[in-house]
Design a protein around this ligand. Structure first.
Ligand SMILES: Nc1ncnc2c1ncn2[C@@H]1O[C@H](COP(=O)(O)OP(=O)(O)OP(=O)(O)O)[C@@H](O)[C@H]1O
Length: 221
């Protein structure tokens, strides 16, 4: 179980998060839903310890490993895919591409372009490579910031299937997304409005279809 309680964060006079509490269990997928600027990336940044909150506590298990896939791919365009992987996971090609990491690359279809320069990859290929790099750190909690933005339907479907498999093996996911296909795979959907978080949909209690109109109404003020 990962949790944060009573987290607050302001940028100057801009109060972005107020008294936000959230927890996620193994095998659970949680969505953060909110309009642009509602604080989703800030909350993911706090959970990944990249952003320091003004106040609040973490309930993380010390052994737990949380990894963030940021909105912008953390890749160097001039390098090949394999050399980007080796930047984050140092070692020779043979050591880094052990059977575990190779199987991640194969599941995400990254193995077919390991020697291509990142500048020559499509948006979907870059996103799959970034996700593969994130997954190689064996996270218990995966923090995803709009992982499906501007991807084609096939690529979205591939990433969603990969995530569903990760969740079914006990991984936890917190995802900030505007995509209904990603919202549909989540157990719980929280809305962020005016700095406050609220549990809007809990499919552990009420499973079932949610229409796009319902999602839109959830983010309306
Ligand atoms: N480093 C920063 N310095 C100052 N203000 C910031 C900084 N980062 C974010 N903000 C502000 O905090 C608020 C929340 O931003 P954040 O990126 O967390 O929102 P978001 O919900 O992820 O938005 P989007 O859906 O557009 O990605 C916005 O008003 C933004 O301008």
């Amino acid at each position: 179980m990962f949790s944060v309680s009573s987290v607050s964060k302001s940028y100057g006079k801009n109060k972005v998060l107020t008294d936000v509490s959230l927890s996620v269990s193994p095998g659970e997928c949680i969505a953060l839903l909110g309009i642009n600027g509602s604080g989703k990336s800030t909350l993911l940044g706090i959970l990944s310890r990249n952003i320091k909150p003004d106040s609040g506590c973490f309930g993380f298990d010390c052994q737990a490993n949380a990894a963030l896939l940021p909105q912008d791919n953390p890749l160097i365009s001039e390098l090949t895919a394999i050399d980007n992987i080796r930047l984050w996971h140092p070692g020779s090609r043979k050591t880094v591409m052990n059977s575990h990491n190779m199987s991640i690359c194969q599941s995400l279809g990254v193995d077919s372009f390991l020697d291509k320069r990142v500048s020559k990859l499509s948006g979907g290929m870059k996103k799959r490579l970034s996700l593969a790099i994130t997954m190689m750190s064996d996270p218990d909690l995966l923090l995803l910031d709009e992982p499906l933005a501007s991807l084609d339907l096939l690529c979205k479907n591939g990433i969603l299937s990969y995530l569903q498999n990760y969740i079914s093996h006990g991984g936890s996911v917190i995802i900030a997304t505007h995509e209904t296909s990603a919202l549909d795979i989540c157990n719980k959907i929280y809305t962020l409005k005016n700095g406050h978080i609220q549990l809007a949909i809990d499919r552990n209690i009420s499973p079932g279809y949610t229409s796009p109109e319902t999602y839109i109404n959830l983010i309306r003020s």
